[in-house]
Ligand binder design. Structure first.
Ligand SMILES: [Zn+2]
Length: 358
């Protein structure tokens, strides 16, 4: 099969497009013919080099396509079904899995990081990660939302327990998880204060329902938040940025506030002012991906149109390096989706909604 892969870590020069062995589904697994696969910041970290990434590796966590083959014992799916993938991998047997908390699984992993991912003609995943695509949802949308929206959902709904009327500060809402958090916080009835860069991203954040948008390149975020909240601060801070924003998050949190983090795009070791944490009685909440129940609730919310993940553009797999570069330059307005090259598309496929390559 054709796939995007790398045999060593590095920049976009390590990304290759070529032949890899077609994977075979073992018992309990499903092979999916990929029709769309979206790019996440995680894919950049995996390319750069995270411990435990097997080499060579096919990256890609998000994907949607058509069931191509079933391993022994798989029930409830048939060859030809349109499906989307939950990229969170779990054992199903540990105490956390048995308690319904799959993202706490002692062997938790992510598709494209711990096993071969979706930037390929075919991917093999456990059947528990395969979900029928709801009626009317395109492959592009089905591949665009699972990773970032489940991450944001667990942060806002489960970990921070954001309530109607609360104030939520979200850093860098141009980012995938942060943008999803803005939508989900609004759905929960919260008032959202957002930071971003440039007038165009600021306009979109206001359209998405942020009542205050601070351009962090032009204005002091802490001062703007203090002014807007009459010095009180915000109930919840969503911080996916890390080193660059952490001190602002501690200062912007109200007394008794919560700060929730799922990642650190600017670096993982921020300065920490412990006096602010104990004096203001701030709760620091970690969050990773989502559990099965949260994923199903999210899928229903997207299917019903209550959340509207946005696809910016598509690139063919053969131009994956250009897609990565586009993301690293921060030029995207919504998700970047990779699709099979037109020469690799089986025209016998009658599903009729092939996404167009760039
Ligand atoms: Zn487990």
């Amino acid at each position: 099969m054709k796939a995007v892969f790398f045999t060593r870590h590095g920049g976009n020069e390590v990304l290759q497009y070529g032949e890899r062995p077609t994977p075979q589904p073992a018992a309990g697994e499903v092979r999916v013919a990929i029709r769309a696969a979206s790019l996440n910041h995680l894919d950049i970290f995996v390319r750069d080099g995270i411990p435990d990434v097997p080499l060579p590796q096919i990256p890609g966590g998000d994907g949607a396509g058509v069931v191509d083959a079933l391993g022994e014992g798989v029930r409830g799916l048939a060859v030809g079904d349109r499906v989307l993938l939950n990229p969170g991998l779990f054992c199903g047997a540990c105490e956390f899995c048995r308690g319904g908390e799959q993202s706490l699984c002692v062997r938790f992993g992510i598709l494209g990081e711990h096993i071969a991912g979706t930037f390929a003609q075919f991917v093999v995943v456990p059947a528990a990660n395969v979900f029928p695509i709801p009626e009317g949802m395109t492959f592009l949308l089905a591949a665009a939302f699972p990773l970032v929206y489940q991450t944001a959902w667990r942060m806002i709904v489960t970990r921070a327990v954001v309530r109607a009327g609360e104030t939520v500060l979200i850093h860098g809402v141009g980012g995938g998880v942060a943008g999803a958090a803005l939508e989900i916080a609004r759905l929960a009835g919260a008032r959202v204060l957002a930071t971003t860069s440039g007038p165009e991203k600021a306009r979109r954040a206001r359209e998405a329902g942020a009542e205050l948008v601070v351009d962090y390149t032009a204005e002091d975020v802490g001062a703007a938040v203090r002014r807007h909240t009459a010095k009180r601060g915000v109930d919840v801070v969503v911080d996916t940025v890390g080193e660059k924003t952490w001190m602002t998050s501690l200062k912007a949190a109200a007394k008794g506030g919560r700060i929730v983090t799922c990642g650190a795009t600017s670096g993982p070791n921020p300065p920490e002012e412990l006096r602010l944490i104990f004096w203001k009685q701030i709760s620091i909440l970690g969050s990773t991906m989502a559990n099965d129940s949260e994923f199903r609730t999210l899928l229903a919310a997207v299917a019903a149109g209550r959340l509207k993940p946005r696809v910016d553009r598509t690139f063919p797999f053969s131009r994956a390096a250009d897609a990565y570069a586009f993301m690293e330059e921060g030029r995207q307005d919504g998700k970047i989706v990779l699709v099979p090259d037109s020469s690799e598309i089986p025209r016998s496929d009658a599903s009729g909604d092939w996404p167009d390559g760039d």
